[in-house]
Design a protein around this ligand. Structure first.
Ligand code: GCO
Length: 255
């Protein structure tokens, strides 16, 4: 099979929350497949360091420092893209936070912060990207789900609800935007070795549980999401829409 199906040459991709973690791994993977990456984060210094490292590796990258939870800054960022002639072919709605606490101790502000960052931001950034993709008649949107899009565990309710919402937002976006040549899908990571999960990895009991509960008997590596992201960002997935692909070592498929 020609690998041009998976080539992202001459494509531009915005990856939100991509100065570290899964977003950064995906940004590198899309860049290695040929895409020009717009790296995003709220911390200018961290963003600059991440993009300089990618440039040192010969990858095509620019930076867009804005807060995906601040609608005005999202709109301003897209207006800047318009002015600079940056046409986004691919959007990866990756930005997200985790907050682990029993619901009876959770404040409404804490709940709302997780929902705003993980779910509402995907709608706002997705809407701004889709307006431009519809005008061009093409585009790829990849939302970051989670195995918690399907399964719940105690103490991560707002995260779980936001990721369940991501699954249905992906389908809602498909319902309205597929006819405009836009493919919208999601990736559902399992337990990955990222800074978000550092506290879990350091907990021997939780580490044992993940290894026992995952059919692959191990945590996932961030770079193991890249193949699915490149597939969903490329021509290879032009007739794939509304799907969530789990990269979880089999965890949601086996009791
Ligand atoms: C947790 C973890 C999960 C991870 C996992 C699934 O506290 O259970 O943070 O929510 O995100 O990798 O995506």
């Amino acid at each position: 099979m020609s690998n041009s199906l998976f080539s992202l040459k001459n494509k531009t991709a915005l990856v939100t929350g991509s100065s570290r973690g899964l977003g950064h791994a995906i940004a590198i993977g899309l860049a290695q497949a040929g895409a020009s990456i717009v790296l995003n984060g709220v911390d200018q210094e961290r963003l600059q360091a991440a993009s300089e490292k990618m440039r040192d590796e010969g990858l095509s990258v620019s930076e867009a420092c804005f807060d995906v939870t601040d609608e005005a800054s999202v709109i301003a960022a897209f207006e800047a893209f318009d002015r600079e002639g940056v046409a986004l072919d691919i959007l990866v709605n990756n930005a997200g936070i985790q907050l682990r606490k029993p619901m009876v101790e959770l404040t409404t502000e804490e709940w709302q912060r997780v929902i705003d960052t993980n779910l509402t931001s995907a709608f706002v950034v997705g809407r701004e990207a889709a307006k431009r993709m519809i005008a061009r008649g093409s585009g790829k949107i990849i939302n970051m789900g989670s195995l918690t899009s399907e399964l719940a565990r105690a103490t991560v309710a707002p995260y779980t609800v936001s990721k369940g919402g991501i699954k249905m937002l992906t389908r809602s976006m498909t319902a309205e935007w597929a006819e405009h040549g836009i493919q919208v899908n999601a990736v559902g990571p399992g337990y990955m070795l990222t800074d978000m999960n550092e506290a879990l990895m350091a907990n021997a009991q939780f580490d044992d549980w993940v290894r026992g509960r995952t059919p692959a008997r191990r945590w996932g590596k961030p770079e193991e999401l890249v193949g699915t992201a490149v597939f969903l960002a490329s021509t290879a997935s032009d007739y794939v829409n509304g799907q969530i692909i789990y990269v979880d070592g089999g965890m949601i498929s086996v009791l």
